[in-house]
Design a binder for this molecule. Structure first.
Ligand SMILES: *[C@@H]1O[C@H](CO)[C@@H](O)[C@H](O)[C@H]1NC(C)=O
Ligand SMILES: *[C@@H]1O[C@H](CO)[C@@H](O)[C@H](O)[C@H]1NC(C)=O
Ligand SMILES: *[C@@H]1O[C@H](CO)[C@@H](O)[C@H](O)[C@H]1NC(C)=O
Ligand SMILES: *[C@@H]1O[C@H](CO)[C@@H](O)[C@H](O)[C@H]1NC(C)=O
Ligand SMILES: CC(=O)N[C@H]1CO[C@H](CO)[C@@H](O)[C@@H]1O
Ligand SMILES: [Ca+2]
Length: 439
């Protein structure tokens, strides 16, 4: 009875592993077009990967050579991920063995399971896991070797981007994600067959992939840095900046303003994909924000600092951004904090449940114009705003349309100034963390 499951699973796994191996074969295709004519150096494969899994790809380096950008250090992360996978397969194997023993104990002899073939399915299962295990360790040692070779080369090389590392990275990433999802489904199959389910569920496959910054916090990462997250195993992973200090840490930063170095007057496509510099000013991107808020129940924290050095914050105990089809509609929960509930200012100015609007895409509730165009930003405009953290960055007070970074409940902000000047913010930041996270 177990056999078909095991067969199916293991062949899926092996297919996934096989594909990773082919990645080496494919690197040939990932050369930079410019390089082909200019210089004969290239990363290339030397024929098919052998059945032993060895892929004789190589980097040819006549007089000059390629620089392998720092990002290639990602291989190391991938390697760690594979190691984690390996550990999980180990523990799966163990729990499946326990499971099999129990199943043997409780077998009803009246059923066909008592036939001479009985022992075989279990055995086969174990062998498959072993095969998978071998396959995974082979893969990890291959990656390791590749990394060592590249590290060695790095010393000799100058800045010359012959190889598009991003493509390789994405490729390897997607294959590891694939492997991950297959192992996850393997876990599902195993526990569904196992009588002692609690036992297995108490070893969840949790940090196989890091869904957001809180997962990095849990494994002991405590420096505020960029990390790679995979909120949805079916989608791509991407870099985020993690705030590991504020209120215990574990925050995934969605937006930051601090010096005006990034222009926030942007199109729908820009807001969709994200823009700016994760270490300075940026918008993470609506698709990514959607995936992050879909993967876990999140809370939002907004931090603001004005030019007088006053720092206040707002917390919302729910934060969800729908997908593009639903125009990235905003959902916020109850407010708590010191900066005031500007997102839900009153009946007429309420950003909750509003669609995202950009200067080129009007989804707001203002009938005679586009709030995004008028206020120079993308935001969940009502008609139009009591808050706009994506407004223009002003280095001082300004006059005219209130299109600066705005938080309507800020002390003194809304009052008409006799001079007609409006005040803005020195820093603004939006970040999220799982609701049930305890630092
Ligand atoms: C792998 O390499 C072989 C021989 O170099 C080539 O024929 C084949 O098309 C390559 N496969 C892929 C997927 O690139
Ligand atoms: C993993 O790769 C296999 C083979 O290409 C593919 O059929 C499968 O859909 C992939 N699974 C995921 C979750 O991407
Ligand atoms: C920001 O971008 C918008 C749209 O491209 C442009 O009109 C505006 O001048 C830019 N602002 C700055 C300060 O560069
Ligand atoms: C607001 O948040 C703080 C800190 O998490 C908490 O102690 C307090 O009880 C919260 N207040 C309300 C009204 O939820
Ligand atoms: C944000 C993002 O990349 N979403 C993608 C997730 O995967 C689905 C289906 O594969 C795509 O349609 C989304 O665009
Ligand atoms: Ca409108």
């Amino acid at each position: 009875m177990k056999l078909p499951d095991w067969c199916w699973l293991s062949s899926a796994v092996l297919a996934a592993c096989g594909l990773v191996v082919v990645a080496n074969n494919e690197t040939e295709e990932i050369r930079d077009g410019r390089a082909k004519d200019a210089c004969p150096a290239m990363l290339e494969s030397r024929g098919k990967c052998s059945s032993a899994g060895e892929c004789p790809f190589q980097v040819t380096l006549p007089p000059l050579a390629i620089q392998l950008p720092q990002e290639f250090g990602r291989i190391e992360e991938v390697f760690k991920e594979v190691q984690t996978l390996k550990e999980i397969v180990d523990s799966l194997k163990k729990s499946c063995q326990d499971c099999k023993l129990q199943a043997d104990d409780h077998r009803d002899p009246g059923h066909g399971l008592g036939s001479p073939g009985t022992g075989a399915p279990g055995e086969a299962g174990d062998n498959r896991v072993e095969e998978l295990e071998n396959e995974v360790s082979k893969l990890s040692s291959e990656l390791k070797t590749a990394k060592e070779e590249l590290d060695m080369l790095q010393g000799r090389l100058e800045k010359l981007n012959l190889v598009n590392m991003n493509n390789i990275e994405t490729y390897v990433d997607s294959k590891v994600a694939n492997l991950t999802s297959v192992v996850n489904s393997l876990d599902g199959k195993c526990s569904s067959k196992c009588p002692s389910q609690e036992l297995i569920q108490s070893q969840p496959v949790q940090h196989l992939i890091y869904k957001d910054c809180s997962d990095y916090y849990v494994i002991g990462k405590r420096s505020s840095e960029t990390y790679r997250v995979t909120p949805d195993p079916k989608n791509r992973s991407f870099e985020v900046f993690c705030d590991m200090e504020t209120m215990g840490g574990g925050w995934t930063v969605l937006q930051a303003r601090l010096d005006g170095s990034t222009n926030f007057t942007r199109t729908w496509e820009d807001y969709k994909a994200g823009f700016g510099n994760l270490r300075r000013e940026f918008w993470l991107g609506n698709d990514k924000i959607h995936l992050l808020t879909k993967s876990k129940e999140m809370i939002l924290r907004v931090d603001l600092e004005d030019f007088n050095g006053v720092k206040l914050y707002a917390l919302y105990d729910q934060f969800y951004v729908a997908n593009e089809f639903l125009k990235y509609r905003l959902h916020i929960g109850n407010y708590n904090g010191t900066a005031g509930d500007a997102l839900r200012f009153n009946k007429h100015y309420n950003h909750d449940l509003k669609f995202f609007t950009t200067p080129d895409r009007d989804n707001d509730r203002y009938p005679s114009g586009n709030c995004g165009h008028y206020y120079s930003s993308g935001w969940w405009f009502d008609a139009c705003l009591s808050a706009n953290l994506n407004g223009k960055y002003y280095h001082q007070k300004y006059k005219g349309v209130r299109n600066g970074i705005f938080w309507g409940t800020w002390p003194g902000m809304n009052e008409a100034q006799p001079t007609g000047y409006k005040s803005s913010f020195k820093e603004a930041k939006m970040m999220i963390r799982p609701k049930h996270f305890k630092p």
